[in-house]
Design a protein around this ligand. Structure first.
Ligand code: FE2
Length: 360
């Protein structure tokens, strides 16, 4: 201990022989906590529900650039409950998850804090972040149409999925999955509840099989001749089409073409997107580093990594898409309705899905 004290400098030379041992001990404790605080300033703890493999390249790039060491804690389920239970003693600095609903749950659960950052505000469009800086989108994924590549179809509206001409030809995962409840919520925002209920009944009547499985199963079942069309997320297209030649995933990806749907009533021609995003934790012990990480994640190089490693759409303008996404789906025109507006309807959406027995 003496050596460490000596190393910290001037105040340690000050105590004379007249200073009591107790006073010297106080100085020692103060010096040590200053040293610990200095060390802690170069760390941060990230709680994430995203697969560690997906975000590790981003985190490594951040640490290399900032010299901030990131402790990543993968929280598969119950992120909000965990941070709530930890309370003011939570080590979490950044909370990262997917789906705007999950981000809003964190805000409403009181485990986030507002952040003001010119870098975040200029990089992220206003409809992709909380008005008070309580959450920020870091990447986007579009809910797109997978179609048998032989089908002569060039444009599509979400409402068309209920058209009886697709009877027995539609595949989709469970209506209660967050990817679909967010879409149903956006239909309520565009078309109202009554029309959306009709739509759900129409889509249900068109199903080729039970609404179940995952997004990639839509491509699998198109290849298998079970269905012709279905809705699924955009990044799976990149994953499947970049899979090794001869693998199942590659065959599924090669069986489909992709169309960016729009909404019938919308002049904008925008497509429904959801996000991955993050918030600074309310009790963040390393608040400044937490903001630094978020700012890094929307910087040009990090946004490029999101595009290339994960086949996601960057939130920052002017960042190149992954070539496969660029060729098969193309530049994204985002539905301009704010995500917070859409998210207001997610409970209603979930109730409607049950009401029409969509998943039965
Ligand atoms: Fe997914």
């Amino acid at each position: 201990m003496t050596d460490r004290l000596r190393a910290t400098g001037r105040e340690l030379r000050a105590p004379s022989f007249a200073v009591s041992a107790a006073a010297a001990a106080c100085v020692a404790v103060a010096a040590l906590s200053a040293a610990t605080a200095a060390q802690a300033a170069e760390e941060l703890t990230l709680y994430t529900t995203r697969e560690p493999a997906l975000i590790q390249p981003l985190i490594s790039a951040f640490s290399a650039q900032s010299k901030v060491e990131v402790k990543t804690v993968f929280v598969k389920d119950g992120l909000l409950e965990r941070v709530k239970a930890e309370g003011a003693r939570s080590p979490a600095d950044v909370l990262m998850t997917v789906d705007v609903g999950n981000l809003l749950d964190l805000v409403e659960g009181g485990v986030t804090q507002p952040v003001q950052s010119a870098a975040l505000e200029s990089a992220i469009p206003a409809n992709l972040r909380g008005a008070d800086g309580q959450w920020f989108a870091l990447s986007m994924r579009a809910r797109v149409l997978y179609a048998d590549k032989g089908l002569p179809i060039t444009n599509f509206r979400y409402e068309d999925l209920a058209d009886p001409k697709w009877k027995g030809k539609v595949c989709i995962r469970a209506g209660q999955h967050p990817y679909n409840t967010a879409l149903v919520a956006s239909l309520i925002a565009h078309d109202g509840e009554a029309k959306t209920e009709q739509w759900l009944r129409g889509v249900k009547a068109n199903l080729a099989r039970k609404a179940t499985g995952g997004d990639r199963d839509v491509a699998r079942d198109i290849l298998g001749g079970i269905c012709d069309i279905g809705l699924a997320n955009s990044y799976y297209v990149g994953q499947m089409k970049s899979s090794k030649e001869g693998t199942d995933a590659r065959k599924w990806g090669d069986a489909i073409k992709v169309i960016r749907p729009t909404f019938a009533n919308s002049k904008s021609g925008g497509t429904h997107v959801n996000i991955s995003g993050a918030a600074v934790a309310k009790s963040a012990p390393n608040q400044a580093n937490a903001v630094k990480l978020l700012e890094f994640l929307v910087s040009e190089p990090a946004q490029s990594l999101y595009a290339q490693a994960n086949y996601e759409y960057p939130v920052r303008k002017g960042v190149a898409l992954d070539p496969i996404i660029g060729q098969t789906i193309g530049e994204l025109k985002v539905d301009p309705l704010p995500l917070t507006e859409i998210a207001k309807y997610r409970k209603q959406a979930s109730v409607l899905v049950d009401k029409v027995g969509f998943d039965k």
